[in-house]
Design a protein around this ligand. Sequence first.
Ligand code: C2E
Ligand code: MG
Ligand code: MG
Length: 410
Amino acid sequence: MVERSAVKILVLDDESFMLKLLNRILSNLGYSSVILCDSGRAALEKIADVDAVPNVILLDLNMPEMDGIEFVRHLVDRHYPGSLILVSGEDERILQTTVKLVRAHKIPILGYLHKPVKPDALSELLESWAPSAAGAAGMAKKVYAADELRAAIEGGQLVNYYQPKVAVATGEVVGVETLARWRHPADGIVFPDQFIGVAEAAGLIDDLTKAVFAGAMAQAKAWQEMQLPLRVAVNVSMDNLASLDFLNFVAELAAKEGIAPQNVVLEVTETKLMQDTRAPLEILTRLRLKRFRLSIDDFGTGHSSLAQLRDIPFDELKIDQGFVHRAGTDETLRAIYDASLSLARQLNMEVVAEGVQDREDWDLLRRTGCDLAQGAFLSGPMLPEDVPGWMKLWRERVRTELFLTEDVRK
Ligand code: C2E
Ligand code: MG
Ligand code: MG
């Protein structure tokens, strides 16, 4: 049993009246470690302080500036290790849908409360909170200093892994996505969630992306010479799209390695796209004019994405893995998956489903006519030297098992 006074709680609600009310209820229940925030922005600032990370957030869904769903997306980006309780005046159905959305992001939800909040109900939900092993591990994740990362980029400690993208209709391997890893001398392989954010915050993301891109182009050339013409995708941060320098770098390097722009895909994450302005738009448009392929990554997780799709000429839409795996059996996931697919169709974009983890996911893509698949069911990210061998095994799987499904109808 955890002491109530030891449970750190953050209450986020735009109405000061609600904040005061919830604070009083919590205090009466014996929860004394409470932070009150009246905007998503303020709450995110609080959470940035490692010592202040709450165990439970009471989240209002309807807020003017950043709404609750967008806030959750930011929690995911920051690997928030705690739990959530949703508080809202919305009807039951909207609350339930939101609960599913949040669970798709793997953030534990203790439950939801209707306004006006009843102290008993709140107490019951808070009682169900227990420090989780996953939460503790999440907290313990090491944060790397900018200087160490800078030295790593300069010293060539970043290594590119590649994950295949496959045409669902034929099984053909059409390309790979480049995923950066840091081969840390002491800590072993470090994943991007532990250093991309640091690179962005410390102004190192240009150097990082350039290093990854240069490696990817050299690799594309090597594959081309082996008669493996793979489209190579690289993840690009919004920050990279702030200067023309990046555009020139990409165009010159691809030309130098003899890689046609049509075989280079730049994956940009949707949430970061939303915030901004003219410069990225101009640079994306010019990359597109040069015939580089533009991909909107993690689609479905942001929320003003429709305007972006209208303004920027994307070639490819990647449905976020949170809406792919198990979409065959979960109605809410399926609704988002279907909507993304049909949106992409209407805009003439190629659709990639990310996070295809099992045979059921694969069969869903076949049934629904998704263009490309990516995920552990095919292969995780691998070193470039392993790609030709994997392709052989994959072709064997395609021939013998993957298209044998009994009943693949629309
Ligand atoms: P992303 O671009 O959406 O990449 C897909 C992520 O999902 C990768 O994680 C990949 O390993 C993982 N993944 C693929 N298939 C499955 C699956 O079936 N199940 C599950 N659970 N996961 C799967 P990774 O490599 O850890 O990368 C995380 C994110 O870091 C990427 O998300 C991307 O946004 C970012 N990132 C990676 N490399 C770079 C880079 O060079 N530059 C920038 N700016 N961002 C990068
Ligand atoms: Mg990506
Ligand atoms: Mg993605």
